[in-house]
Design a protein around this ligand. Structure first.
Ligand SMILES: [Zn+2]
Length: 444
């Protein structure tokens, strides 16, 4: 296959306003066509993936149905690290327009390159997502994600401009000024992490600004860390802001997908990405509704190929047509990370489950921490959680009774017992980026 023939395939799917409600059978055919093209392109132009396919004994011509995607070898973050900085790229440098890099907190950073089409598809994907929650050109959207090498800030920035809304490129930090901007520029939506939005709410209250009454902020485009429905309810109750669950990763481009206004799962645009759920241990595909690790194949990437990339996120797939009319598959709320999952006395515990359980108690604030250590062969988990200012008391009997209720509920949710420590409001660390909830002191 020549590169001209491949390019021809892309013309077919230039922006089409009806693509989001395309009948499912047609979407499946489009995905298969794109998967075949992408597989050919990687085999021809990506020495890394060519070698990977040869080692697995699979040729592009082996992809005859969508289910054949499982014949292709997985990619992991390690592949991107090993290929640092650009060994995995499959285009000429002259075709690149931008680089982004991951934070590199756990080793070498990973570098992602973008061609013009890669940037265009990224903005397209996120613009569709924001449109699906009712945002449009009359909105003023503040981007409180980091600008720079991190893909969050610029990703939202260009997608907002593509949609025709006004962008406020606030980036992170200087929270008081961010709150003034929200009020003075009549900002209607904010892109940030959920924990930063809650922090912003706390700071606003201290400044005597009621987000609900004094501002027009109504939608939060939230992602980059796991969070629960209870946290969403709390954001709505305290700030009047509807929290929209967004999804993406720097390796895929950046933030790409979100829930629609039905809020029944995150739409993964099928013309851009093919999503699978697999058993995290065996790598075997799982069916709709079965909980496992999300694996994504980007169907139109030009610079950095992403094929059967193991996201490390635990979720379930919903293949039914959404009430909003969109036919593209949905993933449910991320329930944890394969690598964030902690095992306590043989039981899998996700910080998101702990959060969900804690949020049932109106006396508790938003911040918590899990501290795990091991005495002898026995794992112990301590849950440290902040009380709300109004629930703070020196009445030991009351506090003990509350601790007991929290502990019982945790045991019911997690099937493992945990000690609970109630701490004063404002004492646990705050995070402007991803919240780090787990302190694991065990030696492995
Ligand atoms: Zn929908």
């Amino acid at each position: 296959m020549t590169s001209d023939a491949i390019q021809g395939g892309f013309d077919l799917i230039s922006w089409n306003p009806n693509i989001e409600e395309m009948p499912r059978a047609q979407l499946d055919r489009l995905q298969l066509k794109l998967l075949k093209l992408q597989t050919h392109k990687m085999y021809d132009f990506s020495p890394f993936y060519h070698e990977r396919m040869r080692a697995a004994g699979v040729m592009p011509s082996d992809i005859k149905t969508l289910a054949d995607v499982k014949k292709l070898p997985f990619m992991t973050k390690k592949d991107l690290r090993d290929g640092y900085p650009d060994k995995l790229f499959m285009c000429d440098r002259s075709e690149l327009l931008r680089y982004h890099a991951s934070s590199g907190t756990t080793g070498k950073p990973t570098i992602v390159g973008y061609t013009r089409n890669d940037l265009e598809n990224w903005s397209e994907s996120l613009a569709r997502a924001m449109t699906s929650v009712g945002l449009g050109k009359d909105d003023v959207i503040q981007v409180s994600n980091t600008y720079g090498l991190f893909s969050g800030g610029l990703g939202f920035h260009y997608a907002i401009e593509k949609m025709g809304a006004v962008v406020v490129p606030a980036s992170t930090g200087n929270t008081e000024r961010q709150i003034e901007l929200i009020r003075d520029l009549e900002v209607t939506a904010i892109a940030s992490t959920p924990s930063y939005l809650m922090y912003l709410g706390e700071v606003a209250a201290k400044m005597g600004i009621d987000i609900k009454k004094d501002t027009k902020l109504r939608i939060g485009l939230l992602g980059a860390e796991p969070w629960s429905d209870r946290m969403r309810d709390r954001i709505y109750e305290t700030m009047g802001v509807k929290g929209i669950n967004c999804y993406g990763a720097s390796e895929l481009s950046g933030p790409l997908f979100s829930e629609c206004s039905e809020q029944q799962g995150i739409h993964i645009w099928g013309d851009l990405a093919l999503v699978e759920i697999v058993d995290p241990d065996t790598g075997e595909p799982l069916g709709p509704g079965e909980r496992g690790e999300m694996v994504i194949t980007m169907l139109q990437k030009e610079a950095l190929p992403i094929v059967r990339y193991r996201m490390g996120d635990i979720t379930t797939l919903n293949d039914e047509v959404c009430a909003c009319g969109r036919t593209h598959p949905r993933i449910n709320r991320i329930q944890g990370r394969v690598d964030d999952m902690i095992i306590i006395r043989g039981i899998n515990v996700f910080p998101s489950q702990v959060e969900h359980s804690l949020m049932q108690h109106p006396e508790l604030g938003n911040e918590f921490q899990l501290v795990v250590d091991r005495k002898g062969h026995m794992d112990n988990m301590l849950v440290r959680v902040e009380l709300k200012p109004e629930a703070f008391t020196d009445n030991i009997i009351e506090l003990n009774a509350l601790r007991e209720r929290i502990s019982n509920r945790l045991k019911g949710t997690l099937n493992v017992s945990a000690k609970v420590e109630l701490v004063q409001p404002g004492t646990l660390p705050r995070f402007e980026g991803k919240a780090k909830r787990v302190v694991d002191r065990r030696e492995y």
